[in-house]
Unconditional design. Structure first.
Length: 317
């Protein structure tokens, strides 16, 4: 995917997006401040329905030249490293002649379930390194969190747990069969379900340490990288390919649909993900603040983690 570089200067009025017109700021119509250079570039402001947004001007020459790095790099690192994670053990297979064939529990990279904590820890470490690298890009968004974001996070938790308890996906997998290609294509596979308190009982210190790492990834790392990818990049890119000029919260029909359905693809809890990400998309449009989306995500994930540990529902983790 090719990304256009930030223009030296622009004067934008009514412009067309990938899904219809969007109103953007016309620098020539803005009042000129005393002493301001008339030729100074004004691509740092854009407006939709009268709203203005701060420019994406990170204090990093590399991030300024390549805006996509801030929004995509941590997500890519997280997903690539996550591909190495081994899944839960599979049961042995009983053949038609009565012979028991041991299940193959190694993943494509020869990693087994007992190695999950190491793989996950490395994944989080690499992702945090990527996030630190793009931190100047994150800091271009004013940090503020509204009470509404906290409320959405709490409501989102109740909806997620309630919908998951319906067992819609589990019944579908049972009807199709776990080895069905449709199940694999729909991404209905199981989560790792790794319980460090049981799996690492022989080393309590490591068990508690990994549980803390798991919460770090769940409640801090994932909310930031996922919201910056989905709403900071993907949904704005669908509005305009120069996505860094699109005010956060400006949407089109296509961006709403794609921004909601993409995370459904990589979450096994399809129905819960559809409802939850739709709710946070509403929050995005309502407050036009990316940190509200991050906060709602973090609250839901943190409370979900506490619920998983307290109620022993490791299938949600």
């Amino acid at each position: 995917m090719a990304f256009r570089q930030p223009p030296v200067s622009t004067s934008i009025g009514h412009s067309n997006t990938k899904d219809g017109p969007i109103l953007a700021n016309d620098a020539s119509r803005s009042p000129q401040k005393k002493g301001q250079d008339q030729s100074a570039p004004r691509w740092n402001e854009a407006a939709v329905s009268g709203e203005q947004t701060i420019a994406f001007e990170p204090k990093s020459a590399l991030l300024a030249r390549h805006p996509w790095l801030t929004f995509l790099l941590p997500f890519i690192v997280y997903m690539v490293a996550g591909a190495f994670e081994p899944g839960p053990p599979k049961p042995d297979v009983k053949l038609s002649n009565g012979v028991i064939r041991p299940a193959k529990n190694e993943n494509w990279f020869g990693l087994e379930y007992h190695q999950y904590p190491i793989v996950y820890t490395v994944k989080i470490a690499l992702t945090i390194a990527a996030m630190v690298f793009v931190l100047p890009g994150y800091r271009t968004f004013p940090f503020r969190i509204s009470p509404l974001a906290i409320a959405v996070g709490i409501i989102g938790l109740a909806l997620w747990i309630g919908i998951c308890r319906l067992g819609f996906e589990q019944r579908l997998v049972e009807q199709l069969g776990k080895d069905s290609r449709i199940v694999a294509w729909l991404g209905l596979g199981e989560r790792p379900q790794y319980n460090p308190l049981a799996q690492l009982a022989a080393t309590p210190a490591w068990a508690c340490t990994f549980l803390a790492i798991r919460f770090l990834g769940l409640a801090l790392v994932v909310p930031i990288l996922e919201e910056f990818f989905l709403r900071g990049f993907l949904m704005r890119y669908l509005v305009r390919d120069t996505f860094w000029l699109v005010p956060f919260g400006a949407v089109t029909r296509a961006s709403i649909v794609v921004g909601t359905l993409v995370p459904v693809l990589y979450h096994p809890e399809k129905l819960a993900a559809l409802v939850w990400f739709s709710l946070v998309t509403w929050l995005m449009v309502r407050t036009k603040n990316i940190w509200d989306c991050v906060a709602a995500h973090a609250v839901t994930n943190l409370l979900l983690g506490i619920y998983v540990v307290a109620q022993q529902h490791w299938e949600l983790w």
